[in-house]
Design a protein around this ligand. Structure first.
Ligand code: ME8
Length: 515
């Protein structure tokens, strides 16, 4: 039997504005994890999309003098452009205004109602339109939402339908105290368990004061609360209520990758909804930290959002992807800085990796006429080659363990231990010295074979992070097709065939001069 699908989701983003670095952070990390799982031979289903209902989008459209549907249709392509520019390989893109989402959301909510999980009541309290969330006084700082200090908190009094969320505090505590992988990282799990121990209130799941949303099927003057609608993208996109065969095959998600600001919705409300219908729960919810600027969360509402395009034009998609994964410890908050990005790019990509590629391919061209010799026989392998090969095996193991722990930062570090080892191997074996004496010819062939093979393996191992450069290198090494369509089956030392033609080219990562 084939292994189950690896299903990973990103948050679906509010389209009240264009994406900034903070949004791209979660999506890039998700893409890297998915690319790695594909290299492992897994059947991956990678979902992202847009969250298009609710008051926030409605008000944005009104400010623009458009209907909400006109506004979302205009802005969604701007999001797709960014994902394209960052080489995001999602298998599906869901918009919550699509019929394939709206219909099954109604089916789901109706099923909750039929099981008496929903009742009519009155909500009296606070609401932050920025978060699209009900708030208590305790959530506010100086009377304002700390995440949306520029927006006024609203006082609501509405007849709403309520979900019996309070029933689920105990089962959720049980889940998070007995399963370490259910919610990661650990600090976030403890935080949620602490909050759950204080008990849960039932949750208002409908709104009546506006109509931009999915109607409650049995009472159409209500629209479904935007979070109850949005969370279901994870199930509607894989066939809930429409395609039972697909739903059984793909659900539950292996990973819901999210930012820490939306952890409560994902780790409490969403699993409770699933429990209420006896549906399987996501295996892991992983909350990233915030990308900050000047110590504050980068955001649209505080006007600190920088567009990914502004960085891609200088660093390329690869430089962008690598920097954010490598420099911001995954799961924690981290500060973006231009200087940090330049120095990381120059040190790791331009110097350690890019120069190695240039040096090795230039030597193969100069000393071997660009044609690979026969691989070394057992008796031609010395301690130096054994060290290089062992570094590769260790790096592969560490990369795997890091991805299992959902740490692309550790994985990037681990992969680069092999790059650095290859650089020290070049210095140790000094091919340029061997080339001076014809009697060293075979030894020269052996070390250049080993180095070229190391580059091929780097292309595979680094491809989740730097897919463009990895592909360019793969092609220069005379390898067919796309590196991304291979698996780690191809990651066995000695895979390069004798006679392969190696070509040189422009630097993969031209140095960026600091201004
Ligand atoms: O919350 N640093 O959408 P959203 C890191 N539609 N990540 C950041 C970030 C930052 N500065 N700013 C945003 C929503 N993000 C809902 C989600 S899911 C069913 C519905 C990331 O557009 C972070 O992952 O406001 C956050 O959770 C996500 O963008 C969505 O933000």
């Amino acid at each position: 039997m084939s292994e189950a699908v690896f299903y990973l989701t990103t948050p679906i983003y509010y389209v009240n504005d264009v994406p900034h670095l903070g949004h791209a952070y979660c999506t890039v990390a998700s893409d890297i994890v998915c690319r790695y799982r594909r290299l492992q031979g897994r059947d991956v289903h990678f979902l992202t999309g847009t969250d298009e209902h609710g008051e926030k989008i409605l008000r944005t459209a009104q400010e623009k003098g458009m209907s909400p549907k006109e506004w979302t249709d205009e802005i969604v392509p701007r999001w797709l452009e960014v994902w394209d520019a960052l080489d995001i390989t999602n298998d599906d893109f869901i918009r919550t205004t699509e019929e394939r989402h709206e219909k099954p959301v109604q089916t789901f909510v109706q099923a909750l109602y039929d099981k008496d999980e929903i009742y009519l009541g009155t909500y009296r309290g606070l609401y932050c339109v920025g978060c699209e969330a009900f708030k208590t006084e305790d959530d506010l700082v100086d009377g304002r939402c700390p995440l949306h200090p520029n927006r006024d908190i609203e006082h609501l009094e509405e007849d709403n339908y309520f979900f019996r969320l309070s029933k689920y505090a105990e089962p959720l505590i049980e889940r998070y105290t007995s399963n370490e992988r259910a919610l990661m990282p650990e600090g976030r799990r403890n935080e949620i368990v602490g909050k759950l121990r204080q008990g849960l209130d039932d949750l208002s799941i409908s709104r009546v004061s506006f109509d931009w949303g999915i109607p409650i099927p049995w009472d159409e003057k209500h629209v479904i609360y935007v979070w109850i609608d949005a969370l279901q993208n994870y199930t509607t996109a894989v066939g809930y209520g429409q395609d039972p065969e697909m739903f059984d095959r793909v659900w539950p998600a292996n990973v819901h990758m999210i930012g820490k600001d939306i952890l409560w919705f994902h780790s409490v409300i969403w699993p409770a909804m699933l429990m209420a219908l006896d549906l399987p729960l996501p295996e892991t919810i992983f909350a990233t930290g915030f990308l900050q600027i000047g110590g504050e969360k980068m955001s649209k509402s505080t006007l600190t959002g920088i567009s990914p395009h502004d960085l891609i034009s200088t660093f390329g998609s690869d430089g962008y992807r690598y920097y954010f994964m490598r420099d911001i410890s995954f799961g924690q908050d981290g500060e973006f800085s231009w200087e940090g990005m330049v120095s990381r790019y120059n040190a790791d990509l331009a110097n350690d990796f890019g120069n190695l590629v240039s040096r090795v391919s230039t030597m193969v061209k100069r000393y071997l006429n660009g044609t690979l010799p026969a691989p070394p026989r057992g008796d031609e392998v010395t301690e130096a080659e054994r060290g290089l090969r062992a570094a590769f095996e260790n790096a592969m193991d560490d990369v795997e363990a890091s991805f299992d722990a959902i740490s692309p930062t550790q994985a990037a570090k681990a992969a680069f231990t092999f790059v650095r080892k290859a650089n020290s191997y070049v210095e140790e074996v000094a091919p340029w010295s061997l080339a001076k004496d014809e009697s060293n010819r075979r030894r020269l062939e052996v070390v250049l074979y080993e180095l070229t093979e190391a580059l091929r393996l780097m292309s595979l191992m680094l491809s989740p992070f730097i897919p463009r450069a990895a592909q360019e290198l793969w092609t220069r090494l005379g390898q067919e097709g796309e590196v991304a369509s291979h698996t780690f089956e191809a990651a066995r030392w000695g895979g390069l065939a004798e006679g392969t033609k190696i070509v040189t080219g422009e630097p993969l990562f031209p140095r960026i001069e600091e201004e």
